[in-house]
Design a protein around this ligand. Sequence first.
Ligand code: CMX
Length: 433
Amino acid sequence: MQLQDKLATLIPEWRERVKKLTKDHGKAKVGEITIDQIYGGMRDIEGLVTDISYVDPMAGIRFRGFAIPEVLAKLPKIEGANVPAVGGLYYLLLTGQVPTREEALGVEAEWRARARVPQHVFNVLNAMPTDTHPMTLLSTAVLALQPESQFAKRYSAGMKKDEYWIPMLEDSLSLIAKLPEIAAYIYCIKFQKCEVYVPDPNLDWGGNFARMMGVASKEYQDLSRLYFILHSDHESGNVSAHAVHLVGSALSDIYYAFSAGLNGLAGPLHGLANQECLSWLLSVYNKFGGVPSKEQLVQYTNETLAAGKVIPGYGHAVLRTPDPRFIAQYDFGNKYFPQDDLFRLASLVYEVMPDILKATGKIKNPWPNVDAISGTLQYHYGVREFDFYTVLFGVGRALGVTANAVWARALGQPIERPKSLTTAMLEEIAAQV
Ligand code: CMX
């Protein structure tokens, strides 16, 4: 396999690099931890390492050093598309190198060859109660794939530690390959929208997903590619990525680990925010019977805040600038449907919200995050069941977390086990300062 051969040439060099760093400088200190950070969700503690992506608080995400506009410009596109093929992004995430067209298509071909979803997964999904949340269905489907794990099989048969990454890569490719059909099937059974649910093996991974969703538009194929690229990775400390890493560090295979990550993504402060965001936009739209005036929007926002609610899609734990993933989607909407009512509303919110949030004096980042607009774009193309939006996020997130999982195995990253202290111990430490 092309990708495996490529990684096999890169991994020894990285192993040496990490070995040298830890041998020569293992005792060097990185930052200091405060009691606020310990009680505050470990915010800003520099305690994880990943080379796949880095979130610069002021510039946003960089995938392997490339900002989003660079990624979109440099990665190869398939014929007729305006957004790169997702296979190229996966190549970049895994190897750190911008793929040639052939290399990007090589990843797409790997996925195509592994795309068949075992029947028992559909059976499990069909057996779930009809009011099950789509994220529960996705997480369950991923867990139902676990018997397929090559890592688990080879581990129990006895495998050299040096080789752990190889079945991890196998499993990751197989898992990602199946996600578009699983997601489209969830959409089909959950919302009885199955008319056009037919995979097309000639399409690329992102385009095929769009087709299975039943949206007959080249634009929606591009939007799907864009969506998955933008949602692929955001460093390792966010809940979904960290959950995958944590569970994977116990040498659980990628199915166990990714299912855990999806459960975290389903939380309202993380991935579920995109469905809440659209729900909030629609509530504004319905209340005013259309796009409100600026004054009406300001008043409604202040009422939401006064009721102690958050404004979904705004704020971020790390970013201190408009999220470039928001900007990329905003540009997409502006290019293809600037006159769409909900898009106009989302634009108006973008215009007024930062000042309102700044005025509260407590919100560290008043700018929109990735979720502030993503649902609006789906809505435009008729994917209006916003319970489903976090599933889309989950499919995209698989790209980053699995790339990290492969490298975690390649570099022999150990089981995670931070130390806990008691409140009394912290009080004692505080008394000595
Ligand atoms: N609306 C209202 N209040 C907000 C707010 C928002 N959008 N964002 C932050 N705040 C409030 C916080 O609730 C907190 O209030 P208290 O001190 O009363 O508890 C205060 O401002 C300070 O919070 P912060 O340090 O600026 O933000 P955090 O790092 O604690 O939280 C986040 C970050 C994303 C959870 C928060 O901004 C939020 O709840 N946003 C809305 C939900 C959302 O869009 N989530 C998606 C995030 C993207 C992702 O993770 O994928």
